[in-house]
Design a protein around this ligand. Structure first.
Ligand code: 13P
Ligand code: SF4
Length: 422
């Protein structure tokens, strides 16, 4: 007997959802906050008032004055008020590629902290990377700390499998973890190349000195959902081939036997936005709109991904919406700023957010127009605020790991293809 699923909240057409006005007081930083509790709350100089009606003009003017000296990169999950000033917008893969070829001496990264770190690693030593609000972190990246990963590796050594394991970390991780992976023969992936990266990692695990010629293992950090979806749907492994390592449990919550039998050791981390989508939401939208096509991001739970029509990175979801015929109904499970924007950019299609209990990525939303104007105007005054710089030692191996990723195909559709033919 199948267990009854909880009722899902109704899906909403994105045009019904509230817009965040320029200068929304939501998550306002810089005034009256506890500086010890949060990074970035102190804004040296004047953070423009959120209701300043001249903000858009100030941002335009600042960009004009700075010209080629600044490159603004914007992740697709950024607010419209910010993304409209981006010189390049993209998903994590595309933005790291842009950072690696940027000529400008200043890169203003409108995204979250790990992305700015990656830009610092991939950019030139003399380039300066600025994150307009240093409090824009990522809850998933925070679920894996460097010392915990060192402990996990020691756990694999005790189980006798470290030599045949390649660490692979999602871009959404600290520079220290990226460096850890690079130093141990591993690499980075994003959601657009996770299957290619995992295949590559297994190849390395088989051919490494002391490796396992029959199989090998991958330690996948820090998103268990992306790791599981990739292993099962992209590489055709079984769910039982994956175990979850919990850094908060003694021994990771795993026996030596479980570790030895596993092919993929998944870190117990998740995205607080994507993990909220549930299969019942898909059942509901299909019952309401049988013609709907459901697109989900691979950070969603495995049971959600299994029910979707397509699973792909942010960039892939955008392309699928662009390619859909006029009149199509498309329900999307990813961050809300992007889904709303897709609805606005494709008025000939009905773009539906899969559920209204899932909201914006709070940390992506911390970058707003006042902070963007503030860092640009500071640059005009010759002042660099909120620089993100990765130290030379960390940078060395993190760069190796990122370059291994950039050498992989950037737009890997194999996860999707495997799912579609399943
Ligand atoms: P992509 O940009 O790789 O799709 O990742 C989504 C995400 O959650 C970024 O934080
Ligand atoms: Fe992190 Fe999820 Fe926000 Fe991406 S959407 S920055 S993974 S919390």
């Amino acid at each position: 007997m199948t267990a009854a699923r909880p009722a899902a909240a109704p899906a909403h057409n994105v045009s019904d959802l509230p817009t965040i006005p320029v200068g929304s007081p939501l998550l306002l930083l810089g005034r009256g906050a506890d500086a010890d509790a949060e990074r970035g709350v102190i804004c040296a100089g004047d953070l423009p008032a959120p209701d300043d009606p001249t903000l858009v003009d100030r941002a335009r003017r600042a960009k004009e004055i700075l010209g080629d000296r600044v490159m603004i990169l914007g992740h697709h999950y950024q607010r419209n008020q910010v993304i409209e000033f981006a010189d390049a917008r993209g998903d994590s893969f595309e933005l790291s590629r842009q950072a690696s070829i940027a000529e400008a001496p200043y890169i203003v990264f409108c995204g979250v902290h790990f992305m700015a770190e990656s830009a610092s690693i991939l950019g030139r030593e003399d380039q300066t990377v600025i994150l307009p609000d240093l409090a824009a972190g990522c809850s998933m990246a925070d679920m894996a700390e460097g010392h915990q990963v060192v402990d996990a590796w020691a756990r694999l050594e005790r189980a006798g499998v470290a030599a045949q394991t390649i660490p692979l970390t999602y871009m959404n991780s600290t520079a220290a973890i990226k460096s850890f992976c690079g130093e141990r023969g591993g690499a980075i992936c994003t959601s657009s190349n996770a299957a290619a990266a995992m295949r590559w990692a297994f190849d390395q695990a088989r051919t490494a000195p002391g490796g396992d010629t029959d199989g090998g293992k991958v330690l996948f950090l820090p998103d268990q959902h992306l790791g599981r979806n990739t292993a099962v749907l992209g590489l055709g492994l079984e769910l039982d081939d994956c175990v979850v390592y919990d850094p908060w449990q003694p021994d990771g919550g795993l026996t030596d036997r479980q570790i030895r039998d596993a092919r993929v050791i998944l870190w117990k981390g998740h995205c607080s936005v994507h993990a909220r989508f549930q299969p019942a939401m898909i059942d509901r939208i299909r019952a309401e709109r049988p013609e709907v096509e459901v697109l989900v991001h691979p950070e969603c739970r495995h049971e959600v991904v299994l029910q979707a029509d397509r699973v792909g990175s942010t960039g892939q979801i955008i392309r699928w919406v662009e390619e859909a015929p006029a009149g199509a109904t498309i329900a999307i499970a990813t961050e809300l700023n992007l889904v709303k924007r897709l609805g606005q950019e494709h008025p000939d299609k009905e773009v539906v957010f899969l559920d209204d209990t899932v909201c914006f990525c709070a940390t992506m939303n911390r970058i707003d127009l006042p902070h963007l104007v503030w860092v640009l105007e500071a640059l005009i005054d010759g002042e660099v605020v909120n620089e993100v710089k990765v130290d030379t030692d960390t940078r060395r191996w993190a760069r190796v790991a990122l370059e291994r990723m950039l050498a992989l195909p950037g737009d890997d559709r194999s996860l999707v293809a495997a799912h579609a033919s399943a």
